[in-house]
Design a protein. Sequence first.
Length: 321
Amino acid sequence: MTKRFSGRRLLVTGGAGFLGSHLCERLLEEGAEVLCVDNYFTGRRANIAHLLNNPHFDVMRHDVTFPLFVEVDGIFNFACPASPVHYQTDPVATTKVSVIGAINMLGLAKRLKCKILQASTSEVYGDPSVHPQTEEYWGNVNTIGPRACYDEGKRCAETLFFDYYRQHKMAIKVMRIFNTYGPRMHPNDGRVVSNFIVQALKGEPITIYGDGQQSRSFCYVDDLIEGALRLMNTGNDVIGPINIGNPVEFTVKDLALTVIKLTGSKSELVNKPLPTDDPRQRCPDISKAQKILDWKPTVQLEEGLLKTIAYFDNLLRGAAA
């Protein structure tokens, strides 16, 4: 099997986070040397502990809102808290990491004349009035709401990437990530998959915000990372934005019932008020990813949930020991 990134030294910002740690792992498998940068605001050392003995893996504690001076052949910019619980804890810092972090990483890529991939988000679409969401949709975002630090920060980062592309002819890639789940999610990140699994394993009531009929599409982390690798491996004529996510929709209530079934839990469902600006529907149109990257998700929801449940079960047993 050909290793797509053999011999290349690649920087992953946010590399100790949920997605970043999986990306570091896959890049090492693909023959790359990896520099993982994280300030551990939401990233965890435990996520990368199994990689520390790899001679091709380096770790640096650094906040990307400050300039970084390293020599690499490509950059994956994944640094940013991605769950409402975390990004609303310090909304000013969230905007800073999206905007100033993007400026610093783009400046580094400009100096090095290397490719840079931005991990953007489906949150740029806000509470969408178009369904499913195509990359041409401009979004429906509340610029002053409690989620705006993340939504608008990521939108501004996309603006910066495209302005650097137009002004400096840089090799940029922009991927819009839809709901992703899997092992190494933070147990207290407030996201629906981790919430439901942890509550079910503890036998606690499962909290559904709203009536549970709002829909989401859930992409397993391995599929998401494969999409990122394929996008990074394209020529300079492919810049995006490209949606990476699973186009199969489930209601939040259906997800809760599936988690109860797979865990064998006796948890009951409890409804609470819907948070401000929480989108009613979120589903990607992945036509571009299929055509340009020959990519589509392959892991079915129950298969991915079983792997995620096993991870959280081990985590909770370890915490209780």
